[in-house]
Design a protein around this ligand. Sequence first.
Ligand SMILES: [Zn+2]
Length: 326
Amino acid sequence: MTKDYYKILDISEFSTTEEIKSAYRKLARRWHPDVAGNSPDIIEHFKEINEAYEILSDNIKKADYDRARRFYNYSSSNSQKETKSYNKTSTNPNNFKETTHKEEKRNSFWEDIFKTHKAEEVKSPKRGEDIYSDVEISVFEAVSGATKVINMLQTQICPKCGGRKFVNGAKCSSCNGKGETSVYKRFKVKIPAGIKNLSRIRLAEEGEKGQNGGRNGDLYLTIHIRETQNYKTEGMNILKNIPIAPEVAVLGGEVTVSTLIGNVSLKISPNTKNGQKIRLAGCGIKQNDKVGDMIVTVEIQIPQDLTEEELELYRKLRQLKGRGVV
Ligand SMILES: [Zn+2]
């Protein structure tokens, strides 16, 4: 069977509604062209995932599909084995491979099955599906707020044939007879200042289109604050590692730390140890009238490119310490 929606979502035919939904969300996130890249193969697979979910999440369509699938498996059990495969274990979407021979014939088989049902379907309003996606922002954008432009792949009625699938008796060339095309819709999303990692932004009615007058689904965006080598976030706190020289760690001193509110002078106490944490109050993420801290972790770094004079001092120090027992 060519379009095995269970296989596409990597679930068994006995999966619960929740399992179907969760499998879909996981795959839709992984294969989203914003994440996986927008090669035609990936876009096609992303559409298949959405198509599989559209059928399997709708009880009536699912029942039809299950019947057809059983029939098909039965009638083709002695014929050629399945040739389509997805590299399920890989997290790299570029490993995606498929072979699609005999697909045309089989698709029309499915279309016939569904057409029979569509004619009987009651035209009651149906709410569009919600769409879930992710947006990555920098720590700076999280602190000061930002406007991000994101592109979402959405299905629309083919503008050339108006969804009729044919133009002047010939299969519409624009949608290849599907009646709909996929387009990227651009959204401008306002990220409020002080947003926390994994916060969710809801864009009302920007999800899938409702049918027969039903309202559109919503678009939910999960915010991911990009963690860089220099900064990480933890709630309203910002974590940062700072390199200090051995002599500063031993004798104490002062270092300049760049924070989100500018450079701050930080006093290092004598005998500071590697990995020691120091809190810079009020240098974290601001939200309403609250503000987090910056927590710096001291990293004692072995100096590189020492001058001859500096090396001489180290030699003296080694001489003074003698040869200890370890
Ligand atoms: Zn068309």
